[in-house]
Design a protein around this ligand. Sequence first.
Ligand SMILES: N[C@@H](CCC(=O)N[C@@H](CS)C(=O)NCC(=O)O)C(=O)O
Length: 202
Amino acid sequence: MKIYDSKTAPNPRRVRIFLAEKGVTVPYQEVDIGKAENRSAEFRKKNPLGVLPVLELDDGTCIAESVAICRYFEETHPQPPLMGVDARDRAIVEMWQRRMEFEILIPITQVFRNTHAFFKGRIPQVPEYGEVCRTAAEQRLAWLDEVLADREFIAGPRYTIADITALCGIDFGRVTGIRIQAEQRNLARWHAAVSGRPSAKA
Ligand SMILES: N[C@@H](CCC(=O)N[C@@H](CS)C(=O)NCC(=O)O)C(=O)O
């Protein structure tokens, strides 16, 4: 088993943090996005979409999509639970995980993809769309600050995959100048706590 990884990209980081929280060690193979190794015909046999991360099992099965990879390890290594503990909790965690992905991580990565020089010439960029995504992401951070007023973690009292997705999205925002604002004290408190966990260095 191995994971095709990129040390600088936010989605692969989600999986690394998830595995660090589980205490699971899987060999990583770095794929150089800068050299477009992820778009090679060879890599597309593993993931036709040409994106990272990808988990390759010993039988050759390739599983892409960060949450699908996390689901595999949640099932094979249930402790500590990071995707909910019963039917109600699993639904709540999934609700927050999806919100963090669709409302925070994706807009922030779209700012990067549409405005940053890294992707110039690699993909069709629409800078105006990037700026729309920047405004949306900033509004969502203000909302998340309110959400965190009455709870320790995003989905409630326990650290979950929703925290991992939000952390990876928010940290990646720094590349394009999206930051937690001084007045967003709940968000800053949460960010300090989740960044202080050893897994955040994974
Ligand atoms: N929905 C996918 C997104 C994967 C994705 O977009 N990965 C990015 C890195 S964060 C990538 O490989 N980008 C390389 C490229 O677009 O060339 C997931 O959850 O894993």
